[in-house]
Design a protein around this ligand. Structure first.
Ligand code: PLP
Length: 440
C-alpha cells in the first residue's frame, strides 16, 4: 500500500476522547499550522480558539522552537536520565525553578499532564512516609476536577465519565465539593464574589477521615476541562490555610493555567497562593514535544535527602523524563515567552477578551458565561434528554465557519494562543454569535 492509501484508511487509529464513528464518517483533518491558524485538508484557514488542546501558548510554527528541536535531534537525540544526565535537563530545571516563587525550587520531569499528576501524588505519599507519617495515605481531589487519565489522576479526578467504566480506582480517595453555583454566580466576570465558604467542605472531609490519614489535596486553580469553573475570591487561600492547619500537602494542577494563561507565569502568582507541589505540561513546550514538569518545594525535596548518599531517594521516573529534544523545545519556548513578554501579555488583553465573550449574553441557549485570563466558557441549556448534543452542534458549526473551539458537556470552552490579536478576538465572538443563532 502507498502512504496515501494508508492515510485514507481511517479504521486503524482508535482516536482518543473522540466519537470515532462520527468522526470517521465526516473527518476533520488538519494538515498544517502557523501562528493563530490551522490549515484544514480542504484548504481552509481555521482560527485556533483553543491553542490546540490548551497547549500551544506561543502559537504555531515558531521558528525558534523548530530550530532548537531540529538541532537537538542531530546533536544528542536521546540520553537516559537514570543515573546519567545531560546539560539541558539541568539548565531547564534551574530556569523553571527560577520562574516559580520560592520555595518551589525543585523540578521532576515527565512527559504529560497525566504523568505529572501521578508523579505529584506519589511524591506526596512518599514524602509523608519519609517524614515518618506513613498513615497519611489518603488523597483528596475535587468534584468535576480533571487530572488526566492515569489511575491516580482519574481517582482524584471528579468527572464521572472518566471514572465509571474503569473499576475500583485507588483506595482511600475522597473529594471535596466543586465551586460551581449558577444560582449565585451566573454571568460573573472574573472571580465570583460568592463562594469562599465552599473551601470549608475540606474541613468536613478531614473530620470524616482524620487528618492523620490524609496526604494531600489536589485541585486545578481554575478547573478548565470540566468547563471552566473559576474559583471564588479567597477560596484557594482558604484551602491553603486548612491544609497547613492539618499538615496536608496542597497540589495545584497547573497543566492548563501554567505558562501565562492567566496573565502571570503561573496561577501560583495570579492567586498569590503557594502550594507544596505544582503539576505542569502543555505550555511548557507550547505543545511542540510532549513534556511535563512537577515543581516540589524545598521542604519536600529535602525530606528525601536523608538516606545514605548512594541510595535512590525516589523510586520513580520515566524513560523519557528530561528527554533532550523536549528539553530543547522547552528552553526555546521559554525564550519565545520571554522575548515576546507572553507570560504576562494576557493581562493586557484580558479585558478586551472578557468584553467580547460577555457580549454573547442574551443569545439563544446561553445560560452562563465565565472567564479568567485568556480562558472563557459559554454554557448552553442542554437539549432535554440529549445532553452534550447542543454544544457539539456548536462545535461542528464553528469548525465549518473556520473556528476551532472545544466543548465539554454543554459548555463551549475557549483558550486561544497567547499571541492573539484583537482582530482574532473579534472574529472568535462574531463567529460564535452566528453559530449560536444557527443551532437548534
Ligand atoms: N491536568 C489538567 C488540569 C489538565 O487539564 C490535563 C489535560 O487537559 C491533564 C492534567 C492531563 O494532561 P495530559 O493530557 O497531557 O496527560
Amino acid at each position: 500500500m502507498t502512504s496515501a492509501q494508508y492515510s485514507n484508511n481511517l479504521d486503524a487509529f482508535w482516536m482518543p476522547f473522540t466519537a470515532n464513528r462520527q468522526f470517521k464518517q465526516n473527518p476533520r483533518m488538519l494538515v498544517a499550522a502557523k501562528d493563530m491558524h490551522y490549515t484544514s485538508a480542504d484548504g481552509r484557514q481555521i482560527l485556533d480558539g483553543t491553542a490546540g488542546l490548551w497547549c500551544v501558548n506561543a502559537g504555531h510554527g515558531r521558528p525558534k522552537i523548530i530550530e532548537a528541536v531540529s538541532k537537538q535531534v542531530a546533536e544528542l537525540d536521546y540520553a537516559p536520565a537514570f543515573q546519567m544526565g545531560h546539560p539541558k535537563a539541568f539548565e531547564l530545571a534551574a530556569r523553571l525553578a527560577a520562574m516559580m516563587p520560592s520555595p518551589l525550587d525543585h523540578v521532576f520531569f515527565t512527559n504529560s499532564g497525566s504523568e505529572s499528576v501521578d508523579t505529584a501524588l506519589k511524591i506526596a505519599l512518599a514524602y509523608h512516609r519519609a517524614k515518618g507519617n506513613g498513615t497519611k495515605y489518603r488523597l483528596l481531589g475535587r468534584e468535576r476536577g480533571y487530572h488526566g487519565v492515569g489511575f491516580g489522576g482519574i481517582s482524584v479526578g471528579g468527572i464521572s465519565g472518566n471514572r465509571k467504566t474503569f473499576g475500583t480506582m485507588l483506595t482511600g480517595v475522597d473529594h471535596i465539593r466543586h465551586t460551581h453555583d449558577l444560582s449565585h454566580n451566573a454571568f460573573t466576570r472574573g472571580q465570583p464574589e460568592y463562594g469562599v465558604e465552599f473551601a470549608d467542605d475540606l474541613e468536613k472531609v478531614i473530620a470524616l477521615h482524620d487528618a492523620s490519614n490524609i496526604a494531600a489535596l489536589i485541585v486545578e486553580p481554575v478547573a478548565c476541562s470540566t468547563g471552566v469553573l473559576v474559583p471564588p475570591k479567597g477560596y484557594l487561600k482558604r484551602l491553603r490555610e486548612i491544609c497547613d492547619k492539618h499538615d496536608i500537602l496542597l497540589i495545584f494542577d497547573e497543566v492548563i493555567t501554567g505558562f501565562g494563561r492567566l496573565g502571570t507565569p503561573f496561577a501560583v502568582d495570579y492567586f498569590d497562593v503557594i502550594p507544596d507541589l505544582v503539576t505542569t505540561a502543555k505550555g511548557l513546550t507550547s505543545g511542540v514535544v510532549p513534556m511535563g514538569a512537577v515543581f516540589a518545594s524545598s521542604k519536600i525535596y529535602e525530606a528525601f535527602m536523608n538516606a545514605p548518599e548512594n541510595t535512590i531517594e525516589l523510586f520513580h521516573g520515566y524513560t523519557y523524563s528530561a528527554h533532550p529534544v523536549a528539553c530543547a523545545a522547552a528552553l526555546a519556548t521559554l525564550d519565545v515567552y520571554e522575548e515576546e513578554g507572553l507570560l504576562t501579555r494576557v493581562s493586557e488583553i484580558a479585558q478586551y477578551w472578557e468584553d467580547g465573550l460577555h457580549s454573547l449574553k442574551g443569545l439563544p441557549h446561553v445560560i452562563d458565561i465565565r472567564n479568567l485570563g485568556l480562558i472563557g466558557a459559554i454554557e448552553l441549556e442542554p437539549i432535554p434528554g440529549a445532553p452534550t448534543k447542543r454544544a457539539f452542534q456548536a462545535f461542528l458549526k464553528a469548525y465549518e465557519s473556520n473556528l476551532m473551539v472545544r466543548t465539554t458537556g454543554d459548555i463551549i470552552a475557549l483558550s486561544p494562543p497567547l499571541i492573539i490579536e484583537k482582530s482574532h478576538i473579534d472574529q472568535i465572538f462574531d463567529t460564535l454569535s452566528g453559530v449560536l443563532k444557527q443551532i437548534d
